[in-house]
Ligand binder design. Sequence first.
Ligand code: FAS
Ligand code: PHB
Length: 390
Amino acid sequence: MRTQVAIIGAGPSGLLLSQLLQLQGVDNVVLERRTGEYVLGRIRAGVLEQGAVDLLHEARVGARLAREGLAHEGFDICVGDRRHRIDLKGLTGGKCVTVYGQTEVTKDLMDARAALGGTVVYEAQDVALHDLGGKAARVTYRRDGKAAEVVCDYVAGCDGFHGVSRGAIPKDLLRNYERVYPFGWLGVLSDTRPVSDELIYVHHERGFALCSMRSMTRSRYYIQCEFDEDLEEWTDDRFWDELRRRLPPDAAAALQAGPAIEKSIAPLRSFVAEPMRYQRLFLAGDAAHIVPPTGAKGLNLAASDIYYLSRALIAHYKENRDDLLDAYSQTALRRVWKAERFSWWMTTLLHRFPDASAFDRRVQEAELDYVTGSVAARTALAENYVGLPY
Ligand code: FAS
Ligand code: PHB
């Protein structure tokens, strides 16, 4: 098969890039290891920056998002029993975020690709990259036991943290930056009324907690846990009891428990791979970087990568210019690192670090006191949370 861009991975990064390229007449093929059902079954992000919302509308997948997405103008930070509202709209001159699950984004993208007749190959096994420095690159894979090959001008590595693309960059050229956190997030999805109309981020001596949602009838909750917890040990009742112990009294009283329709533990890490380009290969999304979900930046960074990469590829094919392609890695990394900083800062602010010294804990308390007591500090938090400019 011959195409202009081979995209590895049919998560939000790969599908969004595929849709944006085809809308501009750039031929592409997506190769996905898993089935579509498996991809949709992964419960992940929940908060979209305006930049991501705008890009989804540009990709013509914003209709359901506009109908069902929940505009959020602020959120609470709880310290002890006190709730402090971060007024996103007031502190950023009117900006807010939209609550709309990654599952729904992916579903909308899958439907749009099918409607446009896009080529998305699911269950593509043993994907491998070849000839990235040649006149054309090649991507080989197997499906239903048969070998297949895609010859292309460019490869977009949108295959997430555990994908193959990053590994195609020679080790002597690739620089990895990483911080692994000494805890994880135990997440529960339940068809219950959210405890509050807005998100609640909790700093508690027993550990961090987050009250989020997917709609006004479907809630998403997280509690900080040991990174090597045994999920089997966490019955629904144990989860609800522990969450209730970390919430302020009014929220604990309002909490509606119910059966977990999904329960999972996510490790927390900060990770960046540089550069995000090698010859004909471009990395985007989790293939290039990971943030702890505290700042709700993972999916949103994937969106800004795809914003830069789609424009660069379209400029190559429609305007015969390569300056955007040549600047892609540097342009994307500049925004990536600011989101990495914010996600690290918000994680450090809100979690209980088991190995923290007495001095560390006092500094954390002072930081919380400063953030909740200073308009300048809350403004800095708010402008990062709603998303820095592309
Ligand atoms: P993805 O990982 O979503 O997609 C990559 C795709 O490539 C997958 O479908 C995979 O099957 C495929 N693939 C992998 N290897 C392949 C191969 N060899 N060949 C072909 N295909 C291959 N972000 C937030 O903002 N908030 C959150 O709460 C949040 N929670 C998360 C929880 C977990 C457990 C994880 C892992 C991530 C979470 N994230 C969260 C981040 C997440 O939303 C990512 O940022 C987002 O999925 C990035 O999208 P992609 O870059 O498309 O990567
Ligand atoms: C979610 O709803 O899954 C979510 C919301 C905000 C975060 C992380 C996750 O910071």
